[in-house]
Design a protein around this ligand. Structure first.
Ligand SMILES: Nc1nc2c(ncn2[C@@H]2O[C@H](COP(=O)(O)OP(=O)(O)OP(=O)(O)O)[C@@H](O)[C@H]2O)c(=O)[nH]1
Ligand SMILES: [Mg+2]
Length: 295
């Protein structure tokens, strides 16, 4: 029998969770940006080999929420911690331990399942600092296994995978071996557009962005895709569009390239910016934009 199981990827925003998922799978399944709270849904990424199937679950970063969206994102992370065979807690080793870390440790229930603490970004940290952090975390979670990584360089991700496999039970695979993620193409297209938008924007605007898919004509070549970039305030609309439409054009060009790679087809991408006031606190809007509470 193979090693099979579910493994969470938990932690505060921007610590490198999605980079670790992509690195472990050698494939981009989850979007990555330098902005915090990039990931907003639980995203499964499935690793397959002769001996194992591991279903990794990338989760939204745990943070002090200000809107319903943020509460929902935290809930996704909290519930994942209960649903897996192994928990992975990712820590940004270049940062100091602070109130955000305390908040996470108070809210995340990770004491009942085998736990690996991954100290990531050690390329940006000094050794004495990493050792101090380790001591701190081990005082809260004395049973934890520890791995140090540089996810952007894939440094030590092989060790991390070995550690994960050693902790997994035996079983039968859940997914056919060709499946890499539980998310469909529409989700992936929307995420690509959101990634390119976030990468171009600064400061507070990224948190206000959602992407809505209006229409895809699958059978046509090139394939027309009509999507909306949603913002929360009128003032943000101009920021996304940019002077003479320069910014939205750049977002469109970059997104189209990645969508064409994903679908292996030519696409014609039409983006429009739309204001949906305070959508992050509105139940109905959250559902429309793909942030319904899910398991
Ligand atoms: N220097 C360095 N940067 C890293 C490393 N791992 C990730 N990053 C960068 O950290 C930023 C955040 O990475 P993500 O993978 O999006 O982080 P995340 O934890 O998924 O963030 P959220 O989805 O917002 O919770 C990106 O700019 C990454 O390139 C690392 O090991 N070293
Ligand atoms: Mg992420």
């Amino acid at each position: 029998m193979m090693k099979v199981g579910f493994v969470s990827i938990l932690g505060r925003p921007n610590v490198g969770k999605s980079t670790i998922l992509n690195g472990l799978l050698n494939q981009k399944v989850s979007i990555v940006t330098d902005k915090s709270q990039t990931t907003r849904n639980n995203i499964r990424g499935i690793y397959n080999s002769e001996e194992a199937q591991v279903i990794f679950v990338d989760t939204p970063g745990v943070h002090k929420p200000r809107q319903v969206l943020g509460q929902r994102m935290n809930t996704m992370a909290y519930s994942t911690a209960h649903d897996v065979d192994v928990n992975m807690l990712i820590v940004d080793a270049s940062q100091h331990f602070g109130t955000g870390d305390e908040y996470l440790l108070e809210h995340l229930d990770i004491k009942k399942t085998p736990l690996i603490i991954v100290f990531n970004k050690i390329d940006q940290a000094r050794l004495p600092h990493v050792n101090e952090l380790k001591e701190k975390y081990l005082s809260y979670l004395p049973e934890a296994h520890i791995v140090e990584t540089v996810a952007t360089e894939k440094f030590n991700l092989d060790d991390l995978l070995k550690k994960v496999l050693s902790l997994l039970p035996k079983g039968m695979p859940f997914y056919p071996t060709e499946v890499v993620t539980d998310k469909d193409e529409i989700f992936q297209i929307k995420e690509i557009i959101r990634e390119k938008t976030l990468k171009i924007l600064k400061e507070e605007v990224p948190h206000s962005i959602a992407v809505y898919m209006e229409n895809i004509e699958w059978e046509k070549n090139p394939m027309p895709i009509k999507a909306n970039i949603i913002v929360e305030k009128d003032s943000q609309k101009g920021i996304v569009i940019g002077a003479n439409g320069k910014r939205i054009k750049l977002i469109g060009t970059r997104a189209r390239q990645d969508i064409e790679t994903l679908l292996k087809k030519h696409v014609y991408l039409e983006l429009q910016v739309r204001v949906e006031k305070d959508w992050r606190s509105n139940e109905k809007a959250l559902e429309t934009f793909g942030y319904k509470l899910e398991k």
